[in-house]
Write a protein that binds this ligand. Structure first.
Ligand SMILES: [Zn+2]
Length: 251
């Protein structure tokens, strides 16, 4: 577990843009803290942000999501069974835990955000695009169409808008602003500096480089021991009895 290549097991030969149900791997059923690395991009209702995609191929896996002890949906964990990380997934079958197939992208967020000390801008973020199903296609299927339309996603700058509370948190309206050849990113960064008061700085680029995130490094499956520590929160937040006992699993 936790090996460098955990995600790619069983998907080595697969086209990441093949969104047929069969391509989701494993048995195809439909999903926190502990996550360290770039933050996830999200939008408030009726908010719009400008972003650039840094990569054009989704990093795909099955993910669980559940509420933290403050009631926010901020806990994430790759499904150990469906991603072939282990024989057991202690999060399966718990009603308060959702599970879905997701494709991750790396983006630069061009929008400005006023923090307590300074303005954030050009931060690199994870962009989680859910696959969804035939009746309710997810953002990943939308991005595939945009990729087909524009040739590639890497270097595409979009204004992304979230239309409503039931719309995906990552937005549901994409307006293409411009396309930049990834080879020309250095020139483009220079152009941004002229427009945005010296941002992004060289220092900022060290922490938020304009290159795809190394997903295998930042999306690290937790050990069963760590998950066990979190399960008290999960089961107490559940409306219903968990379908299977969660306290007596083996390491
Ligand atoms: Zn699972």
């Amino acid at each position: 577990m936790g090996e460098d290549h955990w995600f790619s097991e069983g998907q080595k030969e697969q086209d990441p843009w093949d969104l047929d149900e069969k391509s989701q791997g494993s048995n195809g059923q439909s999903p926190g803290k502990g996550f360290q690395g770039p933050r996830r991009f999200w939008l408030k209702v009726e908010e719009e942000k400008r972003v650039m995609f840094l990569d054009g191929v989704p990093f795909r896996f099955w993910e669980h999501n559940w509420k933290d002890d403050e009631g926010r949906w901020s806990e994430f964990e790759p499904c150990h069974v469906r991603n072939s990380l282990g024989k057991e997934c202690v999060l399966d079958g718990i009603k308060a835990v959702s599970m879905y197939h997701v494709g991750m992208f790396s983006i630069i967020d061009f929008s400005q955000f006023q923090g307590t000390k300074h303005i954030f801008q050009f931060d690199r973020r994870l962009y989680p695009a859910k696959m969804g199903g035939t009746k309710k296609p997810g953002t990943l299927q939308k991005l595939k169409r945009l990729k087909d339309k524009y040739g590639q996603l890497a270097g595409c700058v979009f204004d992304i808008y979230r239309t409503g509370a039931m719309s995906p948190k990552v937005g549901d309206e994409f307006t293409l602003v411009e396309r930049v050849d990834p080879k020309d990113f250095p020139k483009y960064i220079e152009k941004m500096r002229q427009e945005f008061n010296g941002r992004p700085s060289e220092e900022h680029l060290k922490f938020h480089p304009w290159e795809p995130i190394d997903y295998r490094k930042v999306i690290k499956p937790r050990s069963l021991h760590e998950l066990k520590g979190l399960l008290g929160i999960v089961s107490s937040g559940s409306q219903e009895e968990p379908e299977e006992p969660v306290s007596d699993f083996e390491y």
